[in-house]
Design a protein around this ligand. Structure first.
Ligand code: GLY
Ligand code: MN
Ligand code: MN
Length: 408
């Protein structure tokens, strides 16, 4: 399945249906942020902006005005070409391309946006921005650009509207997520083939990242390659440790394809063989994870799934011979069992989310025992359907015997 302007038009139609008549909504792609004298941080468009148009241009504004009769007109404000600058940093998108990609007819110069929108705001009752946009990319109610025009409007936040739309994936979004999963699978497979004692965590991460980059994808988030004592650090990012025989190494990583993220965790034995105790603990986590996945059904809440995770660990760890910590299971399991996944790795999740068909939710229980230098997390990406859970990351090996076989 391919996706194109019709898909974004459909998303924008859903969005504008949620707006009150008399609303002017404006969403920005954001601005690049400088990281040193002569370079910016890599630019990623704001995901709510990207979701509605599939465009990645910086400093671009999308506006939709819904008049009192409920009719909508859309505008895109695109920065004007700067030929001198383009000699250094490349050709920027032109109006005709932006129109073709987004399906928006009214493409206007970015420099005129404030005046144009101020005039529109005169006709509007409500000015809606996205208050959740990252601080450096903010173009929300309260922004100086519109303070005069906005003083006459009631202000609204469209962030929650977009978060809700983004929770329910369209078929083409699921297709892109499957492609992100395929690239992630390839990278992890390469990694399994190369993992050995003496390797640095960053070397292992680089094997994965090479597979991602050469597939034309990006990383969903900085790769976590946490071996030995780093295993219990949930979002460990240093990745400098030398991996030792006898250590476990927990990888939490993912490829991001056309904006859509995969998010997978696997825990491997550096030597190629789990110790007896590591294997026992691994089997507990894997057993709990498999049971949880089967509970990922419509109507179940993340709160319930979290409670189930805790109960399962409390029951199964002692059965496997592990004495529970005196401080309680929270000393060994200290994060949420899952979150919605999509354009963001943590995609519009609230803790009281109730599962619905076409959501993609991670399932990632873990046990972390700092005194034993052990962190085991197993994470899959689960598509909720009317017929039950579909594990999008099913083919990424997690069976311990198969992992050992692949590492031989
Ligand atoms: N990689 C972050 C998470 O699994 O939530
Ligand atoms: Mn996750
Ligand atoms: Mn993860």
């Amino acid at each position: 399945m391919t996706h194109g302007e019709d898909d974004y038009i459909c998303s924008r139609k859903e969005f504008s249906e949620k707006l009150e008549p008399g609303t002017l909504a404006v969403i920005s792609s954001g601005r690049p942020v400088q990281c040193s004298l002569d370079a910016d941080y890599p630019f990623y468009p704001d995901n709510n902006f990207y979701y509605l148009k599939g465009l990645t241009e910086p400093d671009t504004l999308y506006a939709v005005f819904k008049n009192g009769a409920g009719e909508t007109v859309e505008y895109l404000f695109l920065p004007e070409p700067e030929p001198e600058r383009e000699k250094w940093t490349g050709i920027r998108m032109r109006a005709d391309e932006a129109a073709a990609l987004s399906g928006i007819e009214n493409i206007l110069p970015r420099s005129g946006a404030a005046d144009f929108l101020a005039d529109l705001a005169d006709e509007a009752k409500i000015y809606a921005g996205d208050a959740g946009q990252a601080v450096h990319q903010r173009f929300a109610p309260g922004s100086a650009d519109f303070s005069e025009a906005l003083s006459r409007c009631q202000l609204a936040d469209v962030g929650p509207v977009l978060a809700r739309l983004r929770l329910i994936k369209k078929p083409w979004e699921i297709d892109l997520m499957k492609q992100a999963v395929n690239i992630t699978a390839r990278g992890l497979n390469d990694l399994l083939g190369e993992l050995h004692p003496g390797m640095r965590e960053y070397e292992a991460a680089a094997v994965f990242e090479y597979a991602v980059r050469r597939a034309g994808a990006e990383l969903s988030f900085p790769t976590i390659a946490a071996s030995g004592k780093n295993g219990p650090i949930l979002h460990y990012e240093t990745n400098r440790n030398k991996m030792k025989r006898g250590d476990l190494v927990m990888f939490d990583l993912g490829a991001r394809y056309c904006g859509y993220a995969a998010d997978v965790s696997r825990t491997y034995p550096v030597s190629g063989t789990y110790s007896t105790r590591q294997r026992k603990l691994y089997d507990v986590v894997l057993g709990v994870q498999k049971d949880l996945i089967s509970a990922y059904r419509t109507g179940v809440s993340l709160v319930q799934l979290q409670e189930t995770t805790v109960e399962l660990f409390k029951c199964r760890l002692p059965l496997a011979g592990f004495k529970l910590p005196e401080a309680g299971i929270g000393a060994w399991y200290y994060h949420s069992v899952g979150h919605s996944l999509g354009l963001d790795t943590h995609d519009g999740t609230s803790r009281d989310l109730v599962l619905e068909p076409r959501m993609v939710i991670t399932c990632e229980p873990g046990i972390y025992i700092a005194e034993e230098n052990v962190g085991i997390r197993i994470e899959d990406d689960i598509l909720i359907t009317e017929k039950g859970p579909v594990n999008l990351t099913e083919k990424i090996v997690k069976d311990p015997a198969r992992i050992e076989l692949l590492m031989k």
